[in-house]
Design a protein around this ligand. Structure first.
Ligand code: PLP
Length: 456
């Protein structure tokens, strides 16, 4: 694909290079010496996650304000590597799975099924087995309720009625972009709130006990809308007498670059805790709170380490490009959402004072290695096709490392995997002890083609 208009619409002003005291500088998470060591040991591109950062975020989620108990779940779709799941499991988090495969993946990582809640657009064929194992499920449509009723009938005779949750679309949503807004009339997620009566009748007819209510309205949601929906969800819970747990989903904003505002969990959660207290005073029901953040827990705990494999330009007055050995094969968010990620150069080796590493800067457009103009790392905010230059060291050359921050959530988990037959990048966990350990190997070409079969 070649989009000349998009190319010509480049921004003139370069975003400032991260300075040493910029909290978003990816070198704060992976300092230059560690970046060089990891590149030498594991190659690039490579994801690097910080164990201390992951643990700090887990602790912050577990401290979410609550009145009558909290279960904080990790929305594992954001970063489903087993090492990360185990780390969070040990820290006290439970898990939100978005497909039967994710639930199975968590179980394979050693997570107890009872700690896994499944809210899925596609109810898996093996749902009965997952339920028998102890996974809990939120029905996300009327048809899912019917199918869960069938599963419950198969369990009849066990003496234990099936307890389920219902995910309701509360009629309002909010997301960082339209693509991640999953509430309101344009969203297919959950049972539409006006059908709640039908859903409850269906559940009762099928012998299902509805003990949980779930309302997740989007990723990167406006904290005010999130709070208002939380209070509206309590109103829905009034109509659901057996509900003992209210799951308000995730979606808390994080700041990957300067200018973005992070949602403070204490601030957003305190009024909701008060609403739970009022609800208890009025109804006598002390609801447990569940939250299930993905982004909040991992986004700023991961860096993508890449190598500059070419530096080109388009002549006098044109653009200067840094081409990486990575791109949408690891980081799709800029192409998909126009997402902003901080970038910093780490010279291949220390060039010393006056070398340009910390000296003059120049405007560069950072692009990926896939054969389409859309493989753009530095696009304008919310505009995937618009080039946006970053001020980076003028001396940046082939072989230097480029660190891309904010790459913990929805990067290794959600990318244009294997496009152009580039193999999946490895993942490394930088431990609290300072040691970098491989937690996923680089894929091989043989693994990419392993499932291809010659036609009969
Ligand atoms: C049901 C559900 N819960 C939680 C999340 C996590 O959202 P976030 O990563 O924005 O916190 C999502 C994300 O799409 C989701 O669909």
């Amino acid at each position: 694909m070649h989009n000349e208009n998009a190319r010509n619409d480049a921004r003139n002003a370069a975003a400032p290079a991260p300075s040493g005291d910029d909290p978003h500088d990816p070198r704060r998470l992976v300092p230059p010496a560690l970046a060089r060591e990891i590149a030498a040991r594991f190659g690039t591109p490579c994801f690097v996650y910080s164990q201390p950062a992951l643990e700090r975020r887990a602790d912050a989620a577990l401290a979410f304000p609550n009145a009558f108990g909290l279960t904080a779940r990790f929305a594992m779709k954001a970063l489903p590597n087993a090492a990360v799941l185990r780390l969070f499991d040990r820290r006290g988090l439970h898990f939100d799975a978005s497909s039967g495969f994710e639930a199975r993946r968590a179980i394979l990582a050693g997570v107890a099924p009872a700690k896994i809640s499944l809210s899925t657009q596609e109810l898996p064929a093996d749902i009965a087995a997952l339920l028998d194992a102890g996974v809990t499920v939120n029905a996300c449509s009327l048809s899912q309720l019917e199918r869960l009723g069938e599963a419950a009938r198969r369990r009849a005779g066990t003496g234990t009625p099936l307890e389920i949750g219902i995910r309701v679309n509360p009629g309002r949503g909010s997301g960082g972009t339209g693509k991640t807004n999953v509430g309101g009339p344009d969203a297919s997620f959950g049972v539409w709130h006006e059908y709640l009566g039908d859903a409850l009748a269906l559940a009762a007819g099928a012998g299902l006990r509805v003990t949980r209510l779930h309302t997740h309205i989007g990723s990167g949601s406006d904290p005010l809308v999130w709070q208002q929906v939380a209070v509206a969800s309590l109103e829905l819970a009034r109509r659901m007498p057996e509900v003992a747990t209210l799951n308000l989903g995730g979606g808390y904003k994080v700041a990957r670059v300067t200018g973005e505002k992070e949602t403070d969990l204490q601030t957003v959660g305190a009024p909701v805790r008060d609403a739970f207290v009022r609800f208890a005073a009025e109804t006598g029901r002390r609801l447990r709170l569940e939250i299930e953040p993905g982004t909040f827990l991992v986004a700023n705990c991961g860096v993508l380490l890449a190598t500059v494999q070419d530096v080109t330009d388009t002549g006098v007055g044109g653009r200067r490009f840094l081409k990486l050995d990575s791109g949408m094969t690891e980081l799709l968010r800029p192409s998909l959402y126009g997402a902003q990620h901080p970038v910093a150069v780490v010279a291949q080796w220390e060039r010393g004072a006056g070398s340009g590493e910390r000296g003059d800067s120049a405007d560069f457009i950072v692009v990926g290695h896939c054969c389409e103009s859309g493989d753009l790392v530095t696009c304008a905010a919310g505009e995937p096709e618009t080039l946006s230059a970053r001020a980076l060291p003028a001396a940046t050359r082939r072989g230097d490392l480029l660190l891309i921050g904010g790459c913990g959530a929805y990067c290794s988990a959600m990318s244009a995997k294997n496009y152009n037959s580039f193999p999946e990048a490895p993942e490394v966990l930088a431990g609290t002890d300072g040691v970098a350990r491989l937690i996923r190997r680089r894929q091989t070409l043989e693994q990419i083609i392993a499932n291809e079969v010659a036609p009969e």
